[in-house]
Design a protein around this ligand. Sequence first.
Ligand code: CO
Length: 456
Amino acid sequence: MGVQIVETGLRDGHQSLFATRMTTEEVLLALKELDQAGYRALEVWGGATFDSCLRFLNEDPWERLRQVRKVCKHTKLQMLFRGQNILGYRHYADDVVEKFVEKSIKNGIDIIRIFDALNDIRNLECAVKATKKYGGECQIALSYTTSPVHTVSYYVELAKEVEKLGADSLCIKDMAGVLTPMAAYELISALKKNTKLPIELHSHCTGGLCEMTYLKAIEAGVDIVDCAISPLSGGTSQPCTESLNFALKGTEYDPKLNADMLNAAANKLAPVKQKYLNNGLLNPKVLSVNANIVKYQVPGGMLSNLINQLKQQGASDKLEDVLKEVPNVRKDLGYPPLVTPLSQMVGTQAVLNVISGERYKMVPKEINDYLHGRYGKSPAPVDEEIRKKIIGDDEVITYRPADDLKPEFQELKKQYKDVAKSDEDVLSIALFGDVALKFLKQRNEDAKPTKIKVEA
Ligand code: CO
């Protein structure tokens, strides 16, 4: 069998290029064609997609999923799931994690891609168990980064644990696009040798490496790669589906996607891209190569956040200093991969260290929690001197952080019984609090039959 392709345009594509603003109507535009193209799966749902529906689009994310499912009769649907963080930014109790998995599958998801920012396996366990329980296909993704501890053997050991945990496949998630072609060849070869799991590669074109990296990974035997349909590809997004399909045509790696269907889908989505270029949400800057992300090893989204943070503080001239401070903060914290929420945390700390003129004089609550062990185990030990400076002699937890959390679901269901019309609504509230409540109240209001004024 040739290489399989997962289409990420409807999740990562618009998330990377224009802040996840595609509406359900736009998502549905080319779905019939994509469904008939022969993909392994379409990734259509994840944290930012869910958040953006409620926060910016006044849409029910669950309703989007059901509509997508209705159209997709041939292709599996995939979602991205942040382990114990689900689709949010903190750890949730196990009962919420389990309920979310159950409802995602019931509403149409086939494959759940589960990852943890720190690659702490304990933070994946609950979601993995639930996925299996409700009949979903479980993929575990390992966050890829470079550091003295993130060696090939580090990933091989993790892959063995992932296999033991019962995952159906393994993904290397290179959110920053810093995986080089030769490193990919070495990594994928080693993983193929040491695990039976199908291996998938997810990377970004941000640094200009991705197409080369995919090709070397394919030569090394990678089973699946993530691509995006042309209007939603390139720049900070994934490589173009049609191009890779064409590049491999007639070889042993031929993905055998239906080129006519891809073309028809691209034609329908091209005006969507143009709309976001015209309204300014798609900045042409993100479509060109940013070699700095390879140099500094920071994801594109984090780089633009740092630029904004400094601009707001009138310290744009400090960017170079901050970018040099990022690797120092990472080292102090035990080399966390720079993915949500760690990318924001490390970035903010680097900015504070530079602007305040003294390292760790100001420390955000999240970094404080991290040093208490509340995010899980850091890849390498944290710098004890810095930990002491920040949290003194406080206890550092070594157990799974969610073990401290009491069940939340039934309590929330009772508390919001007037607003939440379904368990799905309760889950939206559990994850996005006020943002979800505001949306749901408005939705309920709009659904009321219009009162007819009786004329006297
Ligand atoms: Co991505």
